[in-house]
Write a protein that binds this ligand. Structure first.
Ligand SMILES: [Zn+2]
Length: 342
């Protein structure tokens, strides 16, 4: 098995470990990509990369960026704020992205045979389900319709609900404001972008196998010991998670990005599927969830720097790949638009 070795370029320290990714960790467009949804962690789907771009491009506007007090009801934005288009611009971009994505996938269900060429272009999870439907001894058409119906339910209901959950006063608001303005349903802008002590800090760390001698490893790589972390929950402040880089197939020592939030909690962003995935439990506990509050916050940070690479505020130098939040191929082709509704 070929392992992709991505060196860390550093002017200060030539001694840093590279990022080593197994074939299933790579981007789906990579020649060596070899991913199996039955055995590997859920891939970052194209729609996830697109929603990140939608949030990033909509950005954070001082005057009209609101968060939901709660997600009750079938149209919580309308219920709470009552305006004509009370949702954040990112939500409206997402609506259009969901429509376009569903349309772009129709051809996969309509193939009379599980045509290899066509299905090669489908996200691997969907391609596997469609191949299984064709293999099934039951009515193939019926099986295919079921796959399509489940997929559409995800796009039409689960993803918007997931978005709303992340854009609440108590989720994103609690994460970035450190005492949000509850009257206005607004997180504080400076906690995302400002030059204040309690904003989000992105830190380069080296993750190692639990039990190894941290001091020795810090000396070996010529880094401060505080930036060497075990791939285990006890070594992260305020985190409740069981997913670590090794679970994704990334070899240790792994130079990766850790986010420290104003609340004090620390979570890694793991290089995966052309972007990064949050190790937090909300995202990890349900594969159908496309975005968590930490990932929304990352997209908002990117809106300010206008880049698909998250900043590195402190810690050790890590490869640029470990800071790349969005697949560049999707970033180059996706347009963020609002639906054509009156
Ligand atoms: Zn998260």
């Amino acid at each position: 098995m070929t392992v992709r070795v991505i060196e860390t370029a550093s002017e200060q320290n030539s001694n840093l470990p590279p990022l080593r990714l197994r074939p299933h960790c790579l981007s789906s467009t990579d020649e060596q990509y070899d991913y199996n949804p039955d055995i590997h962690k859920p891939a970052i789907e194209p729609i996830e990369h697109k929603i990140r771009l939608d949030i990033m491009r909509a950005g954070y506007f001082e005057d009209d960026f609101k968060l939901l007090p709660n997600t009750k009801g079938s149209s919580p934005w309308l219920d709470h704020f009552g305006d004509r288009h009370p949702e954040p611009l990112a939500y409206r971009h997402m609506e259009q992205s969901l429509i376009s994505q569903m349309e772009s996938e129709e051809r996969f269900y309509n193939a009379m045979t599980p045509d290899q060429d066509i299905l090669d272009e489908a996200p691997e999870y969907l391609a596997t389900q469609i191949r299984n439907a064709h293999k099934s001894t039951d009515d193939t058409d019926e099986q295919l319709r079921k796959v399509q119906k489940d997929r559409e339910k995800w796009y039409q209901f689960l993803i918007p609900r997931n978005f709303n959950t992340a854009f609440q006063v108590k989720t994103l608001g609690g994460l970035i404001s450190g005492g949000y303005d509850i009257e206005q349903c607004r997180p504080r802008y400076e906690n995302i972008h400002g030059n204040v002590k309690n904003k989000i800090t992105y830190i380069g760390v080296i993750v190692i196998e639990p039990g190894r001698d941290k001091q020795k490893i810090a000396e070996q790589y010529n880094v401060e010991k505080q930036y060497v972390r075990y791939g285990a929950p006890d070594d992260f402040s305020g985190s409740a998670t069981e997913a670590f880089p090794a679970d994704y197939g990334i070899e240790y020592p792994a130079p990766v990005l850790m986010a420290e939030y104003p609340s004090g909690s620390e979570y890694l962003l793991i290089p995966w599927s052309g972007g990064l995935v949050c190790q937090g439990p909300y995202k990890q506990n349900a594969p159908h969830r496309v975005v968590c509050k930490h990932e929304v916050a990352a997209a908002l940070v990117l809106s300010e720097v206008d880049s698909i690479f998250l900043p590195l505020h402190k810690g050790v130098d890590i490869p640029a790949r470990s800071r790349r939040f969005i697949d560049p191929r999707i970033a180059a082709t996706h347009n963020s638009e609002t639906p054509n509704t009156p």
